[in-house]
Design a protein around this ligand. Structure first.
Ligand code: IVH
Length: 754
């Protein structure tokens, strides 16, 4: 860069940063993420370090970070509230240790405590004689805002320590430091509540926690489910501790909520080995973290290392790549899935998040778009975490210039022009046309995919070519393909056609469970399909059941004729009742599945409608028929009412019925095999599988079942064993937590052979 450019850039960065600081601290309306701010700040710091001659006297780098506001009395902290220097990769950690070694005795042994870096806001809480006397924000590190009244509303912040008096006498004085935050689920619940009240959703958990803590009226704070984690002692009298590890135990004994996931590490190699696993676990933790904190365990060593600037040398933050960034929403693409569900996707100005360039992000559905008030042309915050599809968290309303426009669902399907429909109570819009080319394409793609019919050589392009040339219209047509017309297509050589026909032939004899999965019934994946095929031995049985349910449901609604007229009553209670009566399959049948006294219970339920004895008797008879018809499906464990409804709808749809008939005709397997029973050695035992094993999951599962055992997806106290293969997932941690034995595949095989 030329020197003039550098001077210009320094000026530009300073101006920008001043603006961002003002927006963040004064307006409470930031337009970039913390991380983007940090990046600008670091760029300015670096330029000023290289060219001190250009540094401006009012540079933002000359200001100590502060979260002070005008609303609270200021209090002086008993000791400086330090911050941490950052490491961005392993090299930074190695260099950090090396620098520390030079300051310590030659043979010093360095052990570490590694813990999550919570993404909340720092809090300093003082106890005198065991009683909470004051709580203050970090402020500028020397003075903070006195937010005592608000912190007292947070249940996890003890008002008196030790909480359990068995733990001895209170320390005469203890000042602790920690972090206030929203657990992820509490933040989601808060937003659900906002939505229910028609209020805009909160975008960022950390800013919302900060706003909640800085309410002038502590009754407002008390309505928010905040949590306080404590991780350090700032100042104390009457407390003797030698290490970080002991400190955590001491804090726990006092009754503070302490991060349960801290790890004791023998040396830096031990720390390094754990970093990847930590990053992978990030999404499983109940709170947001933005990295890890690594602390020298020995307190005497940490004291010897001292402080440089505002950062103690004995601790360092290891930052994960940012998961959020802001960018411009330039357009919307509309997708239609195989069920007809319409999904809007945001087209973005490309932005780099956590090592990947993102140019599309999910907007979930139009209801969400409206709830968050996301507009075309908005600057938006995008999140990309773990292996979830990137999604738009929300707009940066403060960055609007008036050119933005509302985003509404289209009236018609962009692929077939059919008018879109929104079922009652649903958030999604649907294309109701089963012949919609996009729906057909998605249905076929899913049908042939792995885990479904698994037809090799039938990628999206082949499907498109087959549809275009009129060779297939639906899933069943695939099984009627012959060599001749295929060979006439461009790019279909003899070998390719032979292979394709062979894999189609093979697909005819997939296990029933797999065929059922392939049908793509909304909500029926391989797990649920497995539950169904345990109880229904053929597709014919399912069709018969669905038909009987449809007929009894129709008869039920006929019995209701006139009952739901206006003169029977009005008001919320009657409306709720009417809704139930109109949806008997999901709202009534599951509730009264085993009711011996159905007429009595119905009489109680229908009281607000003022109906006659005769009407009641007719309704009871009609409902009991529906119950009898739907019981085989409703009583399957793990199959909720909505899934039952989806199944009934699918198997009674005329188009689907025709497709099924064609498939049966072609010889596609649609019935369960007689289960081979190899033994009952695992009877009553429940297994959870995790990690890679010597055989596919399905095979191991079949093996368990053949021996009378069960396989479930998640670990609970009821799990008998977790079988861990290579690189097992977090299920092992969950097993340890629930005291469920974890065994290897070899142990498992030994168990079978007795
Ligand atoms: S220890 C003397 N441990 O991160 C340093 N800090 O970037 C004491 N933070 O200001 C800090 N989780 O607000 C520590 N487990 C943790 C933390 C943590 C989050 C915050 C803290 C600090 C900032 C530094």
């Amino acid at each position: 860069m030329m020197s003039g450019d550098i001077q210009g850039r320094v000026q530009e960065l300073s101006d920008e940063l001043h603006d961002h600081i003002y927006r963040y601290h004064v307006l409470n309306d930031p337009i970039i993420t913390d991380d983007e701010y940090d990046r600008l700040f670091r760029e300015l710091q670096d330029l000023e370090a290289e060219h001190p001659e250009y540094a401006l006297p009012d540079s933002p780098t000359q200001r100590v970070g502060s979260d002070l506001s005008g609303d609270f009395p200021k209090v002086r902290h008993p000791a400086p509230i330090l911050s941490l220097s950052n490491a961005f990769d392993e090299d930074d950690l190695v260099n950090w240790e090396e620098r520390n070694r030079r300051l310590l005795a030659e043979d010093a042994k360095l052990q570490y405590v590694l813990q999550p870096k919570l993404d909340g806001l720092a809090i300093v809480i003082s106890y005198e004689g065991g009683v909470l006397t004051r709580a203050a924000t970090r402020g500028n590190g020397e003075f903070g805002d006195d937010v005592s009244a608000n912190v007292r509303t947070i249940r996890s912040a003890p008002l008196r320590i030790p909480v359990n008096s068995d733990k001895g006498a209170p320390p005469s004085r203890l000042v602790v430091r920690g972090e206030i935050l929203f657990h992820k689920e509490d933040f989601l619940a808060l937003n659900r509540e906002q939505e229910a009240q028609g209020l805009p959703a909160y975008v960022n958990a950390r800013n919302t926690a900060s706003g909640s803590l800085k309410q002038k009226d502590s009754r407002e704070t008390s309505k928010r489910k905040l949590t306080a984690y404590i991780y350090a002692i700032v100042d104390s009298e009457g407390v003797e501790l030698d290490s970080e590890w002991e400190t955590l135990q001491y804090l726990r004994d006092m009754g503070f909520k302490v991060i349960s996931d801290a790890a004791y590490c023998q040396d830096l190699d031990d720390v390094r080995r754990r970093l990847d696993a930590w990053e992978a676990r990030r999404d499983d933790l109940p709170y947001e973290i933005d990295g890890l904190v690594l602390k020298v365990d020995s307190l005497p060593q940490a004291r010897e290392l001292g402080v440089v600037g505002k950062d103690p040398r004995g601790a360092i933050a290891y930052k994960f790549p940012a998961e959020e960034a802001t960018t411009k929403l330039v357009g919307i693409t509309i997708g239609v899935g195989r069920t007809g569900k319409v999904t809007p996707t945001a087209q973005l100005e490309p932005v780099f998040i956590g090592g990947v360039t993102v140019s599309n992000a999910s907007l979930h559905n139009y209801e969400q778009v409206a709830a968050l008030d996301i507009r075309q042309g908005d600057r938006v915050i995008v999140k990309r975490s773990g292996d979830v599809i990137p999604y738009v968290i929300g707009p940066v309303a403060g960055a609007r210039d008036g050119s933005e426009s509302a985003i509404n669902p289209p009236e018609c399907c962009p692929f077939c022009e059919t008018k879109l429909a929104q079922p009652a109570g649903a958030v999604d819009w649907f294309c109701p046309n089963p012949k919609c080319p996009e729906r057909v394409m998605r249905t076929l793609e899913f049908f042939v995919s792995r885990g479904a019919m698994d037809i090799e050589g039938m990628g999206p392009q082949t499907i498109a070519a087959l549809i275009e040339n009129g060779l297939i219209d639906d899933e069943a047509d695939i099984f009627y393909l012959t060599a001749e017309p295929l060979l006439a297509l461009e790019g279909f050589a003899k070998k390719k056609v032979e292979n394709l026909l062979a894999s189609i032939e093979a697909a005819k004899s997939r296990p029933f469970e797999q065929t059922l999965t392939s049908l793509g019934i909304d909500g029926i994946g391989s797990t649920v399909a497995g539950l169904i095929t345990e109880n229904f031995s053929s597709v014919q049985d399912l069709m018969d059941s669905a038909g009987a349910i449809e007929a009894t449901e129709k008869a039920f609604s006929e019995t209701l004729q006139g009952l739901l007229d206006d003169e029977r009553g009005s008001g919320a209670e009657v409306e709720k009742l009417a809704f139930r009566l109109r949806h008997p399959l999901t709202e009534l049948a599951p509730r009264y599945l085993d009711a011996a006294d159905l007429p009595l219970r119905l009489a109680r339920l229908l009281k607000p409608l003022a109906i006659s004895e005769a009407e009641l008797a007719a309704i009871a008879v009609s409902l009991s028929r529906l119950i009898a018809a739907s019981k085989p499906l409703h009583s399957i464990d793990g199959l909720g009412p909505v899934l039952v409804e989806n199944i009934v709808e699918w198997f009674t749809d005329e188009h689907k019925k025709r497709v099924l008939a064609k498939m049966l005709e072609a010889g596609v397997n649609m019935r369960a095999e007689e289960k081979a029973v190899a033994g009952s050695g695992l009877a009553g035992k429940t297994f959870v599988l995790t990690g890679a094993m010597s055989a596919p999951r399905g095979e191991i599962k079949a093996l368990v079942e053949a021996h009378g055992g069960k396989v479930t997806g998640s670990v609970s106290k009821k799990t008998s064993y977790v079988v861990a293969g290579d690189s097992p997932g977090s299920k092992v941690d969950k097993a340890v937590k629930n005291k469920v034995p974890v065994i290897s595949e070899a142990d498992f095989r030994a168990l079978i052979s007795g």
